[in-house]
Design a protein around this ligand. Structure first.
Ligand SMILES: Nc1nc2c(ncn2[C@@H]2O[C@H](COP(=O)(O)OP(=O)(O)OP(=O)(O)O)[C@@H](O)[C@H]2O)c(=O)[nH]1
Ligand SMILES: [Mg+2]
Length: 359
């Protein structure tokens, strides 16, 4: 896929396309809503270290996804065939700038110079409907029956998502049970097959499209959604404490990812086998960082679970109780991706107004 970078006012920025994939109702749209919520309030909290810019039309689209959660409502199910696109720029302050320079910037503010202090990444985030993601998986099955390639049956618009630089792969953690006598057990096995099919399709698509280049500049991310709904017994056998929110903030990532891998070994075996197996297609999926997403709910007057909105505001401007620290880690990870892409595409630091083509 062709990708462009643009250099404006002497400040370079890189471009990354982010696709969010996962089965129906896995929590993709809520995930993007929470990510956008975090980006907005973190950009204020982090002061000059992190900035966020969206065009007026994108701000409206982002509001449409962020506001319902604060109004104790869930977003609408994403319509089949639709590709919700959100465009914005994140800016990460370059670490090389010393305190002295920072003070000088404070003293002699020259707005046109300030942009140069950020590593910028332009994002196009695509949220597809789970129904379409399931079509992808069914296509694989059908292709098998017809002895053709699943790739030929992928709906055109969805190709965009499979070819993205960053793929956020959402796994619904709540679909797990240790009780094989319950109907949920069969559902869990089916869901595992569906997700394994999706991973396999991502690898097949990339390997066909990019060949030996498939491994370059691909940044998969695994997110375990709806973690607040995971059964206590499931947590116990995975070695994850019940108060996982404290655990997520007190342990190193290696330990956390180790337990999450154990969780997959036990409950999503087929999916994990494909995550490991992608290397055989030259698509490195197994090094994907793992994050946990949850949004705490409460019962509405009608007795249905809705996002819990805190009465008392903390010192920061956020109202929802969710895995905020995980989202901040993910935002920081996006900053590292910006660096990697910049190095790989050899985007120059300073230049005059130019538009280039990468990859
Ligand atoms: N308890 C809890 N429920 C969640 C969470 N995230 C999502 N949900 C529930 O899951 C439902 C589906 O979430 P969405 O984000 O719309 O899922 P999706 O993957 O975008 O679904 P499609 O667009 O239909 O594919 C929501 O309406 C909520 O009821 C969470 O973190 N915790
Ligand atoms: Mg959706």
């Amino acid at each position: 896929m062709w990708s462009t970078y643009s250099i404006l006012f002497g400040v370079s920025s890189v471009y990354a396309c982010v696709g969010i994939v996962g089965g129906r109702g896995t929590g993709k749209t809520v995930f993007f809503g929470l990510l956008a919520t975090t980006i907005i309030n973190y950009s204020i909290e982090a002061k000059q270290h992190f900035r966020f810019f969206a065009s007026p039309d994108s701000i409206i689209k982002i509001s449409d996804i962020v506001d319902p959660l604060k109004l104790r409502r869930w977003p609408q199910a994403t319509l089949k065939g639709s590709l919700n696109e959100y465009k914005f720029t994140l800016g990460y302050r370059k670490s090389s700038i010393g305190i002295l320079k920072e003070n000088l910037v404070g003293l002699f503010r020259k707005p046109k110079d300030l942009g140069g202090y950020y590593n910028k990444i332009d994002f196009n985030v695509y949220d597809i409907s789970g129904e379409d993601a399931e079509v992808l998986s069914k296509a694989a099955r059908l292709a098998n029956e017809r002895s053709s390639s699943a790739l030929e049956m992928i709906p055109g618009t969805l190709e965009t998502v499979l070819g993205c630089d960053v793929i956020v792969f959402l796994i619904d953690a709540s679909k797990t049970t240790i009780d094989s006598s319950r109907p949920e057990y069969k559902e869990m096995l089916e869901y595992d097959g569906l997700m394994a099919g999706l991973v396999s399709l991502i690898a097949e698509y990339r390997s066909k499209k990019y060949g030996v280049e498939a491994s370059k500049l691909f940044f998969p991310v695994i997110v375990f959604s709806k973690f607040d709904l995971v059964d206590k017994e499931v947590l116990r056998v995975s070695g994850i404490p019940e108060n996982f929110d404290v655990w997520l903030n007190s342990r190193n990532r290696k330990e956390i990812e180790g337990r999450l891998t154990k969780f997959m070994e036990r409950f999503y075996e087929k999916t994990l086998s494909q995550i490991y197996g992608c290397v055989l297609k030259n698509v490195p999926f197994e090094y994907a960082p793992m994050f946990v997403s949850y949004l705490i709910t409460e019962l509405s007057e009608e007795g249905t679970p809705v996002p819990r909105v805190m009465e008392e505001r903390g010192d920061a401007s956020y109202w929802l109780k969710y895995s905020r620290s995980e989202y901040i880690r993910l935002i920081e990870y996006f900053g590292m991706i910006a660096d990697e892409i910049k190095k790989a595409r050899k985007v120059p630091e300073e230049a005059t107004s130019v538009t280039g083509v990468g990859r």
